[in-house]
Ligand binder design. Structure first.
Ligand code: HEC
Ligand SMILES: [Cu+2]
Length: 484
């Protein structure tokens, strides 16, 4: 007992001693023990922060470069933009994009923030940066009417990856319309060097119509209250990180992703299919977790994830609440080029026949649809492509080239060329059993597609014309006649 008391006394003395030192050192920026106080760090220069938009980030902070004054200009713009193919939305944005520009500073930096509200905007806006120590994260000081500019300044005290967002009432609506972004406060010695860095931010959108309904979609307050989004997307739209917009990497590189979640409602189960996170800076803070499959990113939170890419192919970013990925848009891709490494991943070694008689056919869920009326042949082809991209491409692939032995090609197809009714019947009634297409046998099943007569007539017209099947035009009446 006495021994414990002595130990406690000793410990207290040590703590007092350390505190005394900390007090002394806080009087200067950095003392000979390397103690650094961001609050009093002396500003040694001034720069204009560059405007850099997702998926890119500004260059890293030079290690121990000293504290700088950073002038940041951000303009709020309310504008109609693309949410998905054929779907538009009236976004409210920081700097014209969702998410807003990436801000990258160092601890100890002083930020002079200029928030401008475009004169053509209809609403007042402000900004709450989670990296700010001060009331509302800057919200009250930055409240700005259209055609005005607010200026306030703050000192970056805590390193980490932070969300910023609009906090003007109704706050949920401003965030739901796209008003968020990320601010990275690097530790003064910088982050470890990596080969590539990207900026990704998830958000949920609530539209008056259903997923895929065409035209300009209004915000649905009811669905937002129910936390029932139609769209869950990365970087502001379906497809912002797929196809030509896919992120790029090369085998052997280490990739760092700055991942934020604007919400307003959903929590993201962020995962990259085909990769393991070597490192996760949990919740964007200092704690590093290693060897993680899926990391949770709260609404209004962020995480930094890092992984080395060892084999070529496509790594797929998803919210692993998986209907959000495959049915609401939360999907992105990293295209990895380079040499195969069969020791790490073999690829398919063999494909053998394994069959059970009378296997069950997968049935697609029913979806109610408003008819979309396309007039001219050109319009039908344009509408048909949208149907194809949304409902057929996942199996029949881009350009209708198919997938040998699994999904037959629709391009120059010997199965229905010259007989469009066979294509129509396949789509509306489904198809199973053996068929020959372009010299290859397919023995699989295609579920009947839940589409309107209009949609089927458009998609068949599209595949007749754009996939080298001899052209032609199909009418809704012709589709109706094929339904069993
Ligand atoms: C879930 C995967 C899947 C989806 C989605 C799908 N198909 Fe198919 N499709 C198949 C399979 C598998 C077959 C072959 C069936 C068989 O072996 O009998 C097929 C066959 C066909 C055929 C006849 C064979 C040929 O190549 O000419 C046509 C035409 C066709 N599909 C069109 C479409 C269109 C148009 C859509 C979108 C509206 C669509 N499919 C959506 C899997 C799919
Ligand atoms: Cu706002």
């Amino acid at each position: 007992m006495r021994k414990l008391a002595t130990n406690l006394l000793n410990a207290t003395a040590v703590i007092l001693f350390i505190s005394f030192f900390a007090f002394l050192s806080s009087c200067s920026n950095e003392n000979n023990l390397g103690y650094f106080d961001a609050a009093t760090a002396k500003i040694i220069g001034e720069i204009n922060h560059p405007d850099v938009y997702a998926p890119n980030v500004p260059p890293p902070v030079k290690p121990n470069r000293g504290a700088l004054k950073q002038i940041i200009n951000m303009e709020v713009v309310e504008k109609v933009g693309r949410l998905a193919d054929g779907v538009e939305y009236d976004f409210w944005t920081f700097s014209g994009t969702v998410p807003g520009q990436f801000i990258r500073i160092a601890e100890g930096d002083e930020v002079e923030f200029h928030l401008k509200n475009h004169p053509d905007n209809k609403f007042a806006h402000n900004i709450d940066l989670h990296a700010v120590t001060g009331p509302g994260g800057g919200a009250a000081s930055s409240f700005t009417a259209p055609g005005h500019e607010s200026i306030f300044s703050f000192k970056a005290l805590n390193p980490g990856l932070y969300v910023y967002h609009c906090a003007t009432a109704p706050v949920g609506m401003h965030i739901a319309n796209g008003m968020y972004g990320l601010i990275l406060v690097e530790p003064k010695e910088g982050l470890p060097e990596v080969d590539r860095e990207y900026y990704i931010m998830q958000g949920d959108f609530y539209t008056a119509g259903k997923y895929g309904d065409r035209g300009l979609q209004a915000f649905s307050m009811q669905k937002a209250l129910e936390e029932n989004p139609d769209y869950v997307v990365f970087n502001g739209s379906v497809g912002s990180l797929t196809g030509d917009n896919s992120l790029q990497a090369e085998v052997g590189e280490t990739i760092r992703l700055y991942v934020g979640n604007g919400g307003p409602n959903l929590v993201s189960s962020f995962h990259v299919i085909g990769e393991i996170f070597d490192k996760v800076y949990v919740e964007g803070g200092d704690m590093i977790n290693n060897n993680v499959q899926t990391t949770i990113i709260p609404a209004g939170g962020a995480a930094i994830v890092e992984f080395k890419v060892d084999v070529p192919g496509e790594a797929i970013l998803v919210d692993h609440s998986i209907f959000r990925a495959f049915n609401k848009g939360a999907i992105g891709k990293i295209h990895i080029s380079g040499e195969e490494n069969k020791a790490i991943y073999s690829g398919k070694l063999d494909d053998r026949i394994y069959q059970i008689e009378g296997g069950a056919i997968q049935v697609m869920p029913e979806v109610e649809k408003e008819p979309i009326i396309a007039g001219s042949l050109k319009e039908k082809i344009t509408e048909g492509k949208i149907v194809y991209d949304n409902f057929c491409k996942a199996c029949h692939q881009a350009g209708g080239k198919g997938f040998t032995g699994v999904y037959p090609p629709l391009a120059n197809s010997s199965y229905f060329k010259g007989e469009p009714n066979k294509a129509i019947s396949t789509i509306v009634n489904g198809l199973s059993g053996p068929i020959m297409v372009n010299g290859t046998e397919y023995n699989s099943a295609m579920p009947a597609q839940v589409l309107t007569d209009e949609e089927v007539s458009n998609v068949v017209t599209y595949i007749l014309n754009d996939f080298d099947n001899g052209g032609g035009e199909v009418t809704p009446a012709q589709v109706k006649a094929q339904r069993k």
